[in-house]
Design a protein around this ligand. Structure first.
Ligand SMILES: N[C@@H](CCC(=O)N[C@@H](CS)C(=O)NCC(=O)O)C(=O)O
Length: 232
């Protein structure tokens, strides 16, 4: 059976890692059998990140490459019906969510001073006491460098939340009153969108990111629908 290596769920979310949650949601949407292993050390993961999978002895990392593999191996029940133009739009929105909006979420959790103490307490609560004052500092340094490398971390907080709000507004406008992003049927884009949006809307932390997302009420209703469909 396929094994999904991902982080332990926290905050009542299927996963606080949008990429882990996206892949688990995809597996549920496609009714593929899987088991979860949360014991993997992220530093020893094939690409130093989670999720990755093991299927029939093959190890594959990166949620998008994993989904490509799953489509090639088990078929493509979610996206096969999309026209080339719709598939292009779905890919563009997926990139907006994963390559831009995601980084504002990372910023709000790790760098926003109001949230870092809670993030730290939750993410590192399992560490032995002696490591609890060392590992979070190392992890924070690495996340700060990643945000700088991406470019999002070079902006002011006001600019970051403004950039993210434009993404959220685009998502809200495109979703409009459709049940799913690409229409009446769920597609892979919904696995990606639901995972980042549910993480942003989660009430454990607060930030202008969450407050602005809350104003866009169709996004909250969409997350409720996805939760009911795949995690009720
Ligand atoms: N492009 C990758 C991104 C995965 C990713 O960024 N995972 C994060 C958690 S959301 C991670 O493992 N971070 C650990 C680290 O960077 O040390 C995918 O789609 O799977």
């Amino acid at each position: 059976m396929l094994t999904l290596y991902q982080f332990e769920p926290v905050w009542g979310l299927p996963n606080a890692s949008p990429f882990c949650m996206k892949l688990e949601t995809y597996l549920r949407m496609t009714h593929l059998d899987y088991q979860v292993d949360t014991s993997a050390d992220v530093r020893k993961a094939p690409k130093g990140k989670l999720p990755y999978i093991k299927d029939n002895g093959k190890i594959i990392a990166d949620s998008n490459l994993i989904i490509d593999y799953l489509k090639a191996t088990y078929g493509d029940p979610l996206d096969g019906h999309l026209s080339p133009m719709d598939a292009a739009v779905a890919l563009a929105f997926q990139r907006l969510i994963e390559e831009n909006l995601y980084w504002a979420l990372v910023y709000s959790r790790w760098i926003d001073e109001k949230n870092w103490p809670t993030t730290k307490a939750v993410y590192f609560s399992d560490l032995p006491l002696v490591l609890r004052s060392i590992i979070p500092k190392i992890a924070l340094k690495s996340v700060t460098q990643n945000l700088q490398g991406h470019g999002m971390g070079r902006h002011t907080p006001t600019e970051i939340y403004h950039i993210a709000t434009l993404d959220l507004q685009a998502l809200s406008s495109f979703l409009h009153d459709k049940p799913y992003f690409m229409g009446d049927q769920p597609t892979t884009l919904d696995a990606s969108a639901y995972s980042v949006l549910a993480n942003i809307l989660d009430d454990t932390l607060t930030s202008p990111l969450r407050e602005n997302a809350m104003q866009l009420e169709n996004l909250g209703r969409y997350c409720d629908r996805m939760h009911q469909a795949y995690y009720a």
